[in-house]
Ligand binder design. Sequence first.
Ligand code: PA5
Length: 447
Amino acid sequence: KRVELDTKGLKSFVQSNELKEIAPMVQTARDLLVHGTGVEAKMGDWVNLPDEYDPVEFDRIKDAARDIQENSDVLVVIGIGGSYLGAKMALDFLHGSFFNLEGTDKHPQIFFAGNTISPAYTADLLRVIGDRDFSVNVISKSGTTTEPAMAFRIFKEKLIEKYGQEEANKRIYVTTDAKKGALHDEAIDQGYTSFVIPDGIGGRYSVLTPVGLLPIAASGANIDDLMDGAHEAQVALKDAPLYENDSLLYAAYRNILYRKGYTNEILESYEPHLRFLAEWWKQLAGETEGKNYKGIYPSSAIFSTDLHSLGQYIQEGMRNLMETVVEIKQPASNLGIPANEENLDGLKYLENTTMDEVNKTAREAVVIAHTNGGVPNMLVTAEDNSEATLGYLIYFFEFAIAVSGYLNGINPFNQPGVEDYKQNMFALLGKPGYEERRKEIQEQDNE
Ligand code: PA5
């Protein structure tokens, strides 16, 4: 198996009868998802995506990625939330921490914009691009989100300034809804190359659609392998019963723990290039489950770094935490500890080990300390950092989190809370059509 769940760190927290007792509920939640009988089932198309994606669109993505690689030193990917985190997570997972610094012969540097309104960040990025050749992939399902729309204006202006309107239009790649939204309409009007975010797939479940696939392909990664890995997961996880299904087991255990008061889950890794895997997972879990004033609060940590900061709280702070560690069995690289006769640093005892062994031993030591300190621990092991394993891991988490949502009696596929702030921002900035809302906010302010 490319991805496995180990629950040894739950021994003193979950008794064997508890899994049996929650099993029928997990099965029901899984059926709601897989049979499309749950709330907002129309947003569950990602469940069968690895089997059903459009091969023509897939080839168009590869062609666009090739064009970008050939004519651009930099690709600016504009998007926020589900239109950003999946691609960023995938690039880091597959290529490591220093991808953008490792030469641009075969792939462009890939930077992200439109996930912040910070003028400093945006100006810095414009400066980094300088007068080099670049293209833009702007991604927004609604096509109206303020942050990416603003960033798009700014980078579009730079493209036009540099290349003129006609050539600029050829360097703009749009990923948006098939039929509606300002971005969709502009793409038609200007003849941009466009890709479709399928109707039945929401932002946080969209990394295996053109949303993630175009930037991932442009980075030189193999998107066929990525989809094959996701397909392997679909075959292994969609229909397998709870006791043979690590994704469902993960959903079951985190919900057993949640119901006992372990309301915060920390997704952890000992690999810095998995930092954005946790950021992606936080959106997936937080936007799916945090509704009706309930749901596990998703957070994250990178170890060893955070052992020297959050580690204290995890060991001895409030006992409402559970930990899920994602470990890569075979890391992309390994290093030996160099021999040194003088042994001034006292590390001689490590000379026959590798950094990976020490890293994994740190993980073991932490699990013992934290479980003794009252923090339940689950371990998700991913085989390696290949495209296929990433595809599998994406499906593993998406499936588990959507099942968790149904298990907790909420709608896993909406995000009314996110919409609230978007509408308020439109109203406060004076967008036409939001006058009523603006009045309401002003009245609330004056109370
Ligand atoms: O998961 C979601 O649906 C959201 O986080 C969206 O991805 C995010 O708000 C961006 O929306 P859009 O793609 O419409 O610009």
